[in-house]
Design a binder for this molecule. Sequence first.
Ligand SMILES: Cc1ncc(COP(=O)(O)O)c(C=O)c1O
Length: 393
Amino acid sequence: MNSICYLDNNGTTQVAPEVLEAMLPFYTQHWGNASSAHRFCRPVKEALHQARVQIASLINAEPEEIVFTGCGTESNNTAIHSALRRDASKKHVITTTVEHSANRKYGQFLQRQGYDVTFLPVEEDGSLDICLLNDMIREDTAIVSIMWANNETGVIFPIEEVAAICQSKEVSFHTDAIQAAGKVPIDVQSTQIDFLSLSAHKIYAPKGVGALYVRKGTPYSSYIFGGGQESGRRAGTENVAGIVGFGRAAQMALEDSGRSGRLEALRNHMEHFILTQIPQTSRNGCKSNRLPNTSNIAFDGVEGEALLLKLDRLGICASSGSACTTGSLEPSHVLLAMGVPTRRALSSIRFSLGHYSTEADVDFLLKHLPDIVTELKGQTPAPKPSETLTQSH
Ligand SMILES: Cc1ncc(COP(=O)(O)O)c(C=O)c1O
């Protein structure tokens, strides 16, 4: 087992050695500015182009349709901003209640600016009723922004169907594919997506690099103003080494598309053990339409944060999906939106496996988890009868 048992790959991933190797020359040798005219910068320009080709290939796009950004959050914000700038009379945005804060908080910001934002609800298993989407699209809807896969539960939304609805109603469609990329196939040629967000640090490349796919012909408006980088679409000197790493990681994800199968088998083994061997556990989110690496489990009667702390002491890294704001624990908005009671939401843990997760990692977790849960249950006050949670595997 690795000294750290890292089961938080939806949070971020380790930079792959191959990615680091590809990046290093762009710190030591080719450290020029891609926008400079001199010969020293030629390899830098070429490397940016190559990365654009590699990232475009991952989603079957054209290289010119890729705009590099500073992170996935910026990509999401840019897509919505761009659609709203297109027609000032269109002030309605549709998204969901389970988006990452990169979308949710931007939606809330837009509401404060006087925009009308519809947050579509989800079902108990985290899935989306797309009939609702159909009903909600209006004359003044500027954009629909719906994530491809949920970062907390792994639940995958029917993006092809969503895209088809948007196309039939002539509304722009953006998808946050930040968790989906590298885990499930993405093909923007066969799906009518106008904007698609990616983030390097979820696919074994460094943090602080993102990309936005913008379909050719889609009206676009910059979010950041300044220099003419990215063909005038995103100002600011490119993070060349990071982008080179992103490109290499995208290439590896495409070449090694079989890695999802191994992850899924390992995840299923882990989840089956937990649900069958540890009493009062249940899965949050549907079983089948899910990312292959993600498992979100409620441990009824246990405080999730306490469980994470105990795991942390053993070197096991997982995540609660709850936001710790100013010292107070908040239950996950995703789980609450699925109708999970607050108490159960606070008892839920996300395990997300990655390319470097091993059987030994999972065995180590499973060796310790039952005892930790038993120990913590002894410390948690028994729930009042009205609060007793039912077990639903
Ligand atoms: C679904 C989703 N969207 C957006 C983001 C934000 O990406 P970044 O950290 O690159 O800003 C994340 C990161 O956790 C995510 O999981």
